[in-house]
Design a protein around this ligand. Sequence first.
Ligand code: NAP
Length: 359
Amino acid sequence: MKRTDFLVRKDDFREYRTAEADVSDLEDGQALLRVDRFGLTANNITYATFGEAMSYWDFFPASAGWGRVPMWGFADVEESRVDGVESGARLYGYLPPSSHLVVTPNGIDPDGFVDASPHRSALPSAYHRYLITENDSFYRADTEDLQMLLRPLFYTSFLIDDELADNGLTTRGPVVISSASSKTSLAAAFMLAQRDGVELVGLTSARSADFVEKLELYDRCVSYSDIASLGGGPAVFVDVAGDGEVRRAVHEHYGDDLAWSMAVGATHWEELGAAAGDLPGPVPTLFFAPTRVEKRAAEWGRRGLNDRVVDAWHPFCEWAAGWLELDRGEGFEALERAYLEVLEGHVPPDRAKVLSLGV
Ligand SMILES: NC(=O)c1ccc[n+]([C@@H]2O[C@H](COP(=O)([O-])OP(=O)(O)OC[C@H]3O[C@@H](n4cnc5c(N)ncnc54)[C@H](OP(=O)(O)O)[C@@H]3O)[C@@H](O)[C@H]2O)c1
């Protein structure tokens, strides 16, 4: 059979196409998933940005020079040659922007399974799990859109808040969060704001400032051009923009009074290399959610971690539903249009893209 793929050129993200590829017949131990729906935000563009450096292209291989940008969403089991994985089951997990995905389920339990396909074995395990919606405590049929869009980002933000608190960094002066209008930043701020004594500063672009201010989540909103107004240190920097010039300006502003610099994201993906060279203050430390997942899953158990995140998720999901507008699209042409809008940063911060492949 054939599957349809949305492909991006690895060396030029502005070049993309939709193409067909062969899918080999299922072998014993494999299942065929039909990709149904997924969300598309700057996070997915970051998977492309770090496609080579962090192996994101390796999850869903494509023909030479082209990549399939990973998405988070829902798929249905179309055919199964595995005991315990039933045809018709609905799953949440890491998916290609393709009509179909063949998986090799392993570690099957009532909650779901992991894909043990050999090409994925060296990649971080947090991306391998497919959860059966029926037994998933995050799942509510009426919030599927918000789950696809926000669940992976919220999970990260829960862990950012957890790591900062664990290291005594939530009250070492203000926590300054760049790309303050992004869903990841808002979720981190939502979590941090629930702690005593935390001062939150949202650092954002002039075009997003009104939106950030109106949410009243941060104590203060500062635009990238006004970093000099941040005030004295100490402070903690949570860098979701990944913009070289913004990072340099924050480090130069606080100098050695910057207590921690956490490199989380790269929403400003074309400015990553700007203003390179040695920075004053602490060396930025990469925050990689899957590493923190492994640490907390080992300490709290996978279920213990999940229960804590679920408890925090439902209030966040309700809050986000109050302001987030969804742009729904169907089919690969809609996916192409949505991808380009997200790539170019043309999606206003109070909106987000949800795609159904409708095959
Ligand atoms: N380290 C980890 O484990 C981890 C896990 C999850 C997510 N993340 C990262 O967190 C970041 C945020 O992802 P998200 O999905 O939450 O983002 P999002 O909600 O789609 O963010 C949109 C915001 O990003 C900025 N932006 C987006 N595209 C831009 C462009 N082309 N040029 C300039 N600004 C642009 C704007 O913010 P401003 O105007 O406020 O700058 C915009 O409001 C991503 O880089 C993602 O990879 C990291």
